[in-house]
Design a protein around this ligand. Structure first.
Ligand SMILES: [Zn+2]
Length: 276
């Protein structure tokens, strides 16, 4: 269904790919996906102390494709969705302090100074183009997260095509580097979306399946684990070590895998969460 070309042999090691959104205290946002700056610093310090090496999602994809050496002993991939401004002020210094790379997936219509490309209601204060450029200059990967943050699997062909092509072009024009990475808004994709992502030139794409990458992996549907405000350090440790998948993660999996018809019905009523 997803096209044999992107199926790659299993990486030898498990690779937790973590998905963050805003790094902000509860006083600033009601989003359950926002992680407090203190918890974030604690999580990154834990990874560092325990010997995890952070690589960008693009680097992982290159290794999986056999083009970039081998995985470190204890790999982890840190990703940040939507392009919240607090990545620049709060996450970047912490990551820098530990020598960690990360990947930021930007919804280009939500960029603070998106200009003629501005689209929809921003979920909070967002990165500006100069902050995105600084993020890239600091060694972070900048990937695409669509133009307007729709549920891609619900779109008609030409609209879907525009979402995938325009966001990539906006980033490449601004940054002057190839942008091989994509994260599907809400984690939603299907075979048609993945094929069009491949056609648009993406080398890999991240979904949200709340499992750890092991076994055979589809480069166009890399599974990610959601870190949320309620994620305790204990749960975080268990998840990155692959010891257990807490009930809340299993619930996420049920919500993100399929159920396109139910989501279409909800969208018609107008009640789609903008959380992811
Ligand atoms: Zn998102």
């Amino acid at each position: 269904m997803t096209g044999g070309a992107s199926m790659t042999p299993a990486p030898r090691r498990r690779v937790p790919i973590l998905m963050y959104h805003a790094i902000a205290p509860a006083s600033e946002t009601s989003s359950r996906l926002a992680v407090s700056p203190e918890a974030f610093a604690e999580q990154i310090a834990y990874l560092h102390e325990t010997g995890f090496e952070a690589l960008t999602a693009a680097h992982l994809a290159e290794i999986m494709a056999g083009r970039a050496g081998r995985l470190p002993d204890r790999p982890v991939v840190l990703t940040f969705d939507d392009g919240f401004e607090d990545f620049h002020g709060r996450a970047l210094p912490v990551l820098d302090g530990h020598g960690y790379a990360a990947t930021v997936f930007v919804t280009t219509g939500w960029v603070q100074d998106a200009g003629p490309h501005a689209a929809g209601r921003r979920p909070g204060p967002m990165l500006s183009w100069s902050q995105i450029a600084e993020t890239a200059q600091a060694g972070m990967e900048v990937g695409a997260h669509s133009w307007q943050h729709p549920q891609l699997d619900q779109l008609r062909g030409n609209v879907l095509r525009e979402e995938l092509y325009a966001s990539k072009a906006h980033l490449e024009d601004r940054l002057g580097v190839p942008v091989p990475g994509l994260a599907y808004p809400f984690g939603y994709s299907n075979a048609r979306v993945r094929q069009m992502a491949r056609d648009a030139g993406y080398g890999y794409a991240c979904a949200v399946s709340n499992t750890t990458l092991n076994g055979h992996a589809d480069l166009l549907a890399l599974p990610r684990l959601t870190v949320r405000r309620s994620t305790s350090l204990r749960t975080f440790r268990d998840v990155v070590h692959g010891r257990r998948v807490p009930a809340i993660f299993l619930k996420d999996r049920a919500l993100t895998n399929g159920y396109a018809i139910a989501r279409r019905a909800r969208a018609t009523v107008g009640g789609v969460s903008r959380d992811q």
